[in-house]
Design a protein around this ligand. Structure first.
Ligand code: IVH
Length: 715
């Protein structure tokens, strides 16, 4: 399901299953079947997941819960009865002699206890009768079935939809963990297990791919799947795949009478089996093994996403049998998707546009919900020391030290965070982290003002880190947005000394245009691209006032504040004169500045301090001399939207939100954040959700972005 508000997907998803009507349930089951089928195809057939494992599991659980409440509504194509995806074109098809199944999931300790109780109930065993399980890591790769006849590997097949898989025999033969021949094996033996890629091999593969300009992989599982499912076995051979054996399909004679015995037999035949496989006699022992494996997870060198428990006695497995797609005798106890423990190997300090020193955790890479994480934010020095913004202890006062084991947390696409630290695993020589009091980039003092959680470099424009970050901000989308001059090019030009401050951008052509040779010789640049760049830069000499003010990167002045200032002062000359003559805290210019709705003393002080700093003032004046700054339209009282209340929702494609708001306000409209009876117009872009529904219910005039632009056009 998409992250954006979507009426279709959202209409009942937030309603408790117990509150769903029959009609809602039917519609939601249809949507879930569709969403899960698409996710399955993306994951299994295209090796390109459309959602995280956690999101997928949540949809499956929701689907199962609705089906449990409305059994009659269960669809013929119910996602509960499906595993994997149809085979891709290009590979031969293989009918599995014994279906390749999936596993049910347990997400909590209680689920594990329930599993044991279900098994006992089915078998008619009381709580005190012995019942043994195996517990082993759940390898995060893709399953493969290897068929041996008379000791010869004759066929290898992926799971496919469980009944029919893809014939990848030639590819499997290139994997060194897979024996080509077996001695003393049953005449017919199908060995099943997981193909995976180690973290080290994954990192090296991605590096090689990036060097070649080829597609890199999001995680080792995708890399393994993409490598195994190559039509050209030569490519598979060049990819370092591994294989753990953990199960079997058709066998002409039993391998053993227990699961653990069968695994030992597979090891004796020459297969690699997982060393963390144990037997457990109670659910408590299973959970303890799970916790032990969770702790080792980051240093295993390969991805696992949980622990699998299986009834050890094969005769009991036989009696327990299967539900539609999962065995009753096994379950996968999954790790929480967005959390993982790993080791903190270092703390780097990054210097931002406004000089803020931000600590970044360097981690032993770990897979958190399908994404490899090797960096996480540590926020600020108090956070590392175990203090919150209010000075009160956080994490019960536990500080974070280099060498510590830390818990990484990732939600959505935001930067991963460090949630906790494990003191029991702290190395004896780990010392408290000392936050630097000088800038690591320019050595200027880094100071922390009263009430500010952040320590800042005082180097200003002499600090290379600040200068580069300011340039990146200057060319960013909501600022000058110069085509062909993004963050990467800015870094390169800065490193080469071509661009140090914004004005240099606009003098590039005069300084280097004649000697184009220099730019032409640069990797990735030719005469044409250099000319295109100069043209793109010239294009932006004409710039709206609000964009210029935002682009200056003055602390506390965001996109919407820049628009407020532009609307208020109208022209660059008026704005610059007001900033030059204002005194901080008093006087008419100050009073006027803070009288603007949305401008407070903190922003006003920041504006005046920056604009009156001689170095900044010179640099800004030189820049403005290169530009043709467009005055802001004065608030119009005769526009078609003057006096109306407008709400924007969904994605705007032709302008940023702040721009839309500023433009509407300059036309005398009031922009509100939510729809109410007072709303006059709703401008709804793609992905508009509950606001559009509410506007419709209230009979409010609704239009798309183009309709809005047509309405205000010419105003
Ligand atoms: S046993 C009948 N053991 O997890 C059950 N599966 O979610 C056969 N997997 O399709 C599977 N590690 O690809 C089993 N130690 C393990 C596993 C494992 C990973 C995968 C396998 C399976 C999927 C189910």
């Amino acid at each position: 399901m998409s992250q954006t508000e979507n009426d279709q997907d959202r209409s009942t998803a937030d309603i408790a299953v117990t509150d769903l009507t029959q009609t809602d349930a039917m519609a939601e089951l249809a949507r879930l079947a569709d969403a899960l089928a698409q996710a399955n195809t993306a994951y299994h057939r295209d090796d390109d997941p459309a959602m995280t494992d956690a999101a997928y599991d949540a949809l499956k659980q929701r689907n199962a819960a609705i089906e449990a409440r409305f059994p009659d509504l269960k669809r013929d194509d119910s996602p509960s009865d499906q595993i994997g995806a149809v085979v891709a074109d290009g590979f031969g098809k293989v009918q599995h002699a014994v279906r390749m199944l999936s596993l049910g999931n347990a997400f909590s300790d209680d689920d594990v206890v329930d599993f044991d109780q279900r098994v006992r109930k089915y078998l008619g065993l009381s709580a005190d009768q012995p019942l043994r399980y195996t517990a082993e890591p759940k390898i995060d790769g893709l399953s493969l079935s290897l068929r041996y006849e008379n000791g010869e590997l004759v066929q290898a097949a992926t799971r496919g939809d469980g009944a029919v898989g893809e014939n990848v025999t030639a590819n499997a033969r290139t994997i060194t963990d897979i024996p080509q021949q077996l001695t003393d094996a049953p005449d017919v033996l199908e060995v099943r297990g997981e193909v995976y890629m180690s973290h080290a091999d994954f990192a090296a593969l991605n590096e090689r791919q990036a060097e070649k300009g080829a597609k890199t992989f999001a995680n080792p599982r995708n890399a393994a799947a993409g490598s195994l499912r190559q039509l050209d076995a030569q490519i598979t051979a060049a990819r370092p795949l591994r294989f753990f054996a953990y199960a079997w399909g058709e066998v002409s004679e039993p391998l053993s009478d227990t699961q653990s015995g069968a695994i030992a037999r597979l090891a004796a035949l020459g297969f690699v089996t997982n060393p963390l496989t144990v037997t457990c006699d109670t659910p408590e022992a299973m959970i303890a093994h799970y916790q032990g494996i969770e702790v080792q997870r980051a240093t295993l060198g390969y991805d696992i996403d949980g622990v699998v428990y299986k009834v050890d006695d094969l005769a009991l497995q036989q009696r327990l049998g299967f539900r539609s797609t999962t065995p009753r005798w096994a379950i996968a106890h999954k790790f929480p998707a967005e959390l993982a423990w790993t080791k903190l190997t270092g703390i780097d300090i990054q210097v931002g546009r406004t000089g803020a020193l931000s600590p970044v955790a360097r981690l032993v890479p770990v897979n958190v919900g399908g994404v490899m994480v090797s960096n996480a934010t540590l926020h600020n020095e108090d956070y590392i020391a175990g203090r919150g913004g209010d000075g009160q202890p956080i994490r019960e006062g536990r500080d974070i030290r280099i060498g510590d084991w830390v818990q990484v947390y990732r939600a959505g696409d935001v930067i991963p965070k460090i949630k906790d630290v494990d003191l029991a695993r702290r190395p004896a020589d780990a010392a408290p982290y000392v936050f630097p009091d000088t800038c690591p980039q320019c050595d200027s003092p880094a100071i922390r003002e009263d009430g500010d959680a952040v320590r800042r470099c005082t180097g200003g424009l002499i600090c290379p880190a600040q200068a580069v970050e300011r340039l990146k901000h200057f060319v960013s989308r909501a600022a000058f947005d110069i085509e062909g001059l993004g963050a990467k090019q800015v870094e390169q030009f800065y490193a080469d000394g071509w661009i140090k401050t914004p004005v240099d951008i606009f003098q590039l052509r005069t300084r280097y245009g004649q000697g184009l040779q220099q730019l032409k010789n640069r990797e990735g640049w030719g005469a044409k691209s250099a000319d295109n760049l100069f043209a793109a830069i010239d294009d932006k000499r004409k710039i709206p006032l609000h964009r210029l003010i935002f682009a200056l990167g003055i602390r506390h002045v965001g996109e919407s504040s820049a628009a407020l200032l532009a609307n208020h002062y109208g022209s660059w000359a008026a704005f610059a004169a007001a900033m030059a003559e204002a005194d901080i805290g008093s006087g008419p210019a100050w009073d006027e500045l803070v009288s603007i709705d949305g401008v407070g003393a903190v922003m006003a002080t920041s504006l005046i301090t920056t604009m009156q700093n001689p170095a900044e003032a010179n640099s800004i004046a030189a820049l403005v001399a290169e530009l043709d700054v467009q005055d802001a339209a004065k608030v119009a009282s005769d526009s078609p939207v003057s006096g109306l209340t407008v709400v924007f929702t969904g994605t705007l494609e032709r302008m940023t939100r702040a721009e839309a708001k500023a433009r509407a306000e300059s036309l005398g409209a009031k922009v509100a954040g939510s729809v109410s009876a007072k709303t006059d117009i709703l401008v709804a872009g793609p992905g508009a959700g509950s606001k559009a529904a509410k506007a419709e219910a209230l009979g409010i005039r609704t239009m798309d972005e183009d309709g809005w632009l047509a309405l205000i056009n010419g105003a």
